[in-house]
Design a binder for this molecule. Sequence first.
Ligand SMILES: [Zn+2]
Ligand SMILES: [Zn+2]
Length: 171
Amino acid sequence: MATPLVVNIVELLRRPGTIKDINALIAVADFDFADERIADVAIPVTVHLESLANGVAVSGQARAQWRGMCRRCLRPIDTVLTVEFAEMYQLILEDPNAFAIEQNQVSLLPMVRENILLTVPLAPTCRDDCPGLCGQCGADLSEASCACTAVIPDPRWAVLDSLRENLTKDS
Ligand SMILES: [Zn+2]
Ligand SMILES: [Zn+2]
């Protein structure tokens, strides 16, 4: 089976300014992510290639179905991750971040894979203002406020309170 997203760019190399657009639906298995947070749902990839004097500029977008857990309320998150990328492919690697052009071809799959993995959030939240769980009773504060919202006793203050009481007694 041919590797997906390997693109022949002979036409682009012939003349700077030449463009090529690609739309593909890539099976998750082809990426071999080794990251179970990325769901097994085919990933649409759109790529715009443009030939420049010193290589081929590649930009585009991939959309991966992603599953995780809110770090505040532990609620499961099931969402679509939109990954934007803009990279360079060069025959002679001048740019340290550039990918290589080999045998008049660019292999886009490793580049798209890298960009998706870099975009997967490490500490996701279900929404920006998720209040999380009550530190005392564990209630989900985005569902309802719990009875222990008033004063959360802190053991450090308890020590100060007893000291203060003793001082008052002595004086
Ligand atoms: Zn949350
Ligand atoms: Zn509570």
